[in-house]
Design a protein around this ligand. Structure first.
Ligand SMILES: NC(=O)C1=CN([C@@H]2O[C@H](COP(=O)(O)OP(=O)(O)OC[C@H]3O[C@@H](n4cnc5c(N)ncnc54)[C@H](O)[C@@H]3O)[C@@H](O)[C@H]2O)C=CC1
Ligand SMILES: N[C@@H](CC=O)C(=O)O
Length: 364
């Protein structure tokens, strides 16, 4: 039982049994999968623990004091949703006894900027978005301080590895007295998928479009290809490991040519072929050396770098398939051979499951 639920139980057993009141922000690739998973819990003990009282995307919002049926939310949002304001979230979560939670399935800076405020007001936050903990050190510190102030939890498992037990393992090693010496690995599911499929023959841009259609990339695929998404993830892992660095301390080598980086989002798709020749060249060199291309993040001696590497086929970080993330962690107890964690690192279903696992962990 979490501290918050234990406190509620002490005040009123009715309060402790009340379902948690949940607001879901974002009904895109990940948000839709959250709704599907919630719908699959309907009529089960898991379903009885949560009541979805608010859902919103960037255009519409929908509140239901007595709970919304997850299976009907997408339709209702489109036909009956009203323009939403983030300030409405606190009001809609008020009332009733259950713990209050926001699930952030957006990639929105505005939403991330609200995390600390909600946490300090007693609202737990569970997020797939890395803009809360993976950007400025000041915001990361504010989130930690707000958790302490509000007696709340920040569920961040889905921010790195789409819910793989990465952040948790690092925290548990440290809680057991270990120091983290180094972390290295593939942290991008979309880039893993791209380099597991790219054959140097077909256009790289075609693979990028496939990865986007499959829901592996960020809403703007340049966030993956530029290494920005990986920057945020390694920053989150580094801070969890006790290295409190700033985002700009990370040395990132982007795959995005300058001309493509400057385009408005609407023009990106047509310009993706700008990636093709540089990637063909990288691939040709790696192929001649019998090596594989992998997009790697490394934290070593307090320094962090992110970029494309050409690795021997039998290198420990060259393995994996599909969207697999593969991360090696060296610590006091894993000093010769690292702890290696591998598994799908992108995709709607695994990410939604990671988010809802965090929700259940918080409810205890
Ligand atoms: N797709 C994946 O495999 C994974 C994604 N993530 C993260 O999950 C988040 C969502 O990703 P996707 O679902 O792929 O993106 P998406 O673009 O498909 O969906 C984003 C949703 O957020 C909504 N939104 C934007 N601003 C909002 C606001 N102010 N209030 C309410 N809703 C708002 C949009 O309308 C849309 O419904 C991102 O932060 C991403 O980094 C994390 C792990 C894996
Ligand atoms: N775009 C991200 C999705 C998960 O965070 C990735 O490719 O890993």
């Amino acid at each position: 039982m979490s501290a918050v639920v234990a406190e509620l139980a002490a005040v009123s057993p009715q309060a402790a049994r009340a379902p948690a009141r949940v607001a879901l922000l974002g009904t895109g690739t990940v948000g839709r999968a959250v709704l599907e998973r919630l719908a699959s819990w309907s009529g089960t003990p898991l379903g009885a623990r949560l009541s979805l009282v608010y859902a919103a995307n960037s255009r519409h919002a929908l509140g239901g004091r007595f709970g919304l049926l997850p299976e009907g939310v997408a339709d209702l949002l489109q036909h009956e949703g009203q323009p939403g304001r983030l300030s409405a979230v606190e009001a809609v979560l008020q009332g009733g006894y259950g713990p209050r939670l926001v699930v952030d399935a957006t990639a929105s800076e505005d939403v991330a900027a609200h995390h600390a405020r909600w946490l300090s007001q007693g609202i737990h936050v569970v997020t797939a978005c890395k803009l809360g903990q993976g950007t400025s050190l000041a915001r990361w510190q504010a989130i930690r301080a707000a958790c302490a102030e509000g007696g709340t939890c920040y569920g961040d498992s889905a921010t790195v590895g789409a819910g793989l037990p990465l952040i948790r393992s690092i925290r548990e090693l440290r809680a057991g007295g270990d120091r983290i010496h180094a972390i290295a690995g593939v942290l991008s599911g979309s880039l893993a998928w791209l380099f597991n499929h790219y054959d140097g023959l077909r256009a790289f841009s075609g693979f990028v479009r496939e990865a986007r259609e499959a829901g592996y990339t960020e809403p703007d695929p340049r966030d993956d290809l530029s290494g920005e998404d990986v920057r945020r993830k390694i920053v989150i892992l580094a801070r969890a490991a006790g290295v409190e660095l700033e985002s700009h301390d990370v040395d990132v080598s982007s795959l995005v040519p300058a001309a493509l980086a400057q385009l408005p989002k609407a023009d990106v798709d047509a310009a993706l072929p700008q990636l093709d020749q540089p990637l063909r060249d990288h691939f040709a060199v790696a192929y001649r050396n019998g090596e594989k291309l992998r997009f790697i993040a490394r934290l070593e001696n307090g320094k962090v770098r992110v970029g494309l590497e050409s690795l021997p086929g039998d290198h420990p970080l060259a393995g994996g398939a599909g969207t697999d993330n593969r991360v090696a962690i060296w610590s006091d107890r894993y000093s010769r051979q690292p702890l290696v964690i591998q598994g799908p690192g992108a995709g709607a279903e695994v990410t939604a499951a990671g988010l809802l696992d965090d929700v259940l962990r918080i409810l205890g």
